[in-house]
Design a protein around this ligand. Sequence first.
Ligand code: FES
Ligand SMILES: [Fe+2]
Length: 320
Amino acid sequence: MAERIPVCESKTTTTPEFPMGWYSVARSQELQVGEVKRVRAFDRELALYRSRSGVAVIQDAFCPHLGAHLGVEGRVVGESLACPFHGWRFDTSGKCVEIPYCEEIPDRARIRMWPTDEANGEIYMWYHPENTAPEYELPRIAELNDANWAPPRMTEFEVPAHIQDIAENTCDPVHFQYVHRQLETPPSEVTVDDDGRRLYLRADARHTARPHQLDVTLHQPGLALVRTTYAPGAEMIVYNSAQPIDDRTTLLRWTLSVRREIEDLAGDEVIKGIIDGIKQDYPIWANKVHRRRPIFCKEDHTLVTYRKWVRQFYPDAAEA
Ligand code: FES
Ligand SMILES: [Fe+2]
């Protein structure tokens, strides 16, 4: 008897969990001293605030008392956040330090905190499925703090894809030809550094209409630095950092800077090019499934390297 076909894969494929790492949750300039914001990331509700001393703090959103959202109308008091519902106050370690109408504070009155850091004009949180301490430092992008580089331009875009699939796109030279209408696929090489944590992609496009060399550093899924070199001194960087909102939605933040020497030649059209590029990827991402075990062909070696590399960001293994 003929075998019954299985149900459509769109019903059975599931995306991976969220990989551990540093993920941006806001631009620094979006959070003034004393300001409180609601953030959605990792399929959670979070509260972000900047204390009076200027430190960015990120924590789970819901008050242990009756569950009010601290990111909505919560109030910064010194180095703590007060709940808008009954005024319970939590310090930067998540401990309740005051109940305005009661002397005694229950031991269990605390909120889960997330390790936070700020650099590259952004506020980041360290995500690990067990909420453990950071395993490595947040990468600092030196060019964003260097007088030889022009003030950065920025843009954001929300895409309907899992963070891992977005990062995978970087290591997929062939799709540029089909999705982005690039005339040819420049020879590309993907390598990892000695301790295996960073992944590098180098594409040699010196023999194309707009000759350049492309160097991508993936510090982790969701933190990528793309350097384009047109000539010595004529360089551009595009820094891309991601906020996974849920398993099918990711907010991408781009920061672009060019060497002062070419400040007037490159900039706005590159930002426009990034957005146009994402619009081309969009229908693929919005409609694809995540393949846990893709069928690769012999020429797909950059993708194979990526899949091996990305596994380390899933501490409970079987993922990716
Ligand atoms: S719900 Fe937060 S203080 Fe009551
Ligand atoms: Fe793409």
